[in-house]
Design a protein around this ligand. Structure first.
Ligand SMILES: CC(C)(COP(=O)(O)OP(=O)(O)OC[C@H]1O[C@@H](n2cnc3c(N)ncnc32)[C@H](O)[C@@H]1OP(=O)(O)O)[C@@H](O)C(=O)NCCC(=O)NCCS
Length: 235
């Protein structure tokens, strides 16, 4: 990674679900400087100007990361504005998801074949490893997941909770375009392989679907990066 410099590219990388670009952001509630807003698409800069506190830096960093990820795939990006539910509006031919944590904003992007009419969506989430907060487990895990975690040696429990939490946030982002509602943490059950793959069972309370869900986790420069791809399954 490059040394921390606000709104500069921290690194670019690739995962099985897409290329990832990461941009440093200030971990403080301060406005993005005018020269940073000028690097955004004018429509994004106008939207950023309406944001306050941490949100302006996060929004701007996410857009710079999105542009960098799209460039890695050989494309250029129009404005990436939020839809009514806060999701980044989908650029044509591209799957895109944005996340920020602390001093880093990331965007994951992958190409889709516009000629194939099966819809597919992508969600990504970035998390810091620590400090451990095992108390979140009952709020974010289903009983069968809790039992799995409690069966692990104590030293492995926090990472097992955190990965499931983050994968569920990725699932939320990938699922949102289909269900357009709040999906609770107890509406998905996740089990983990040791190689980065995750197995997901959806328990959607409104009965939507069925969906294919492909989820995974990767270490990303000392942080955790998870992602999910979702597409409708044929009944
Ligand atoms: C929406 C949510 C997933 C965002 O996650 P977060 O950890 O708070 O924030 P992140 O930095 O990772 O992600 C924020 C980005 O997510 C994207 N996002 C926000 N709402 C979204 C939505 N409805 N659908 C898809 N992407 C969305 C945006 O790009 C946003 O960044 P931006 O506003 O700068 O563009 C989270 O706030 C939430 O509500 N989680 C509870 C529900 C849940 O996860 N359930 C699990 C279901 S299995």
């Amino acid at each position: 990674m490059t040394p921390w410099a606000p709104y500069e590219l921290a690194c670019q990388d690739a995962t099985p679900h897409g290329v990832v670009a990461a941009v440093w952001i200030p971990d403080r509630p301060e406005p993005a400087p005018p020269e940073v807003l000028e690097r955004l698409h004018p429509a994004e800069a106008a939207f950023a100007a309406t944001l306050r506190g941490y949100r302006q830096g996060q929004f701007a960093g996410g857009r710079l990361a999105a542009r960098s990820a799209a460039n890695l795939l050989g494309g250029t990006l129009g404005p990436v504005l939020p839809d009514a539910r806060g999701a980044p509006q989908r650029p044509p031919g591209l799957l895109l998801s944005i996340s920020h944590k602390g001093s880093l904003a990331i965007a994951m992007a992958s190409r889709v074949d516009a000629a194939v009419d099966t819809p597919i969506t992508l969600g990504a989430d970035l998390e810091d490893y620590g400090p451990p907060r095992p108390g979140i487990a009952p709020r974010v895990l289903r009983p069968e997941e809790l039992a799995e975690v409690e069966g692990l040696p104590e030293a492995r429990r926090w990472i097992a909770i955190l990965l499931r939490f983050s994968i569920k946030e990725s699932i939320y982002k990938a699922l949102d375009p289909y269900v357009q509602r709040y999906v609770g943490f107890h509406e998905a059950s996740v089990s983990l392989d040791l190689d980065g793959a995750a197995h997901v069972t959806l328990h959607l309370e409104h009965g939507e679907g069925p969906f294919h869900t492909e989820a995974r986790y990767d270490w990303f420069h000392g942080r955790i990066l998870t992602s999910a791809r979702i597409w409708p399954a044929r009944r």
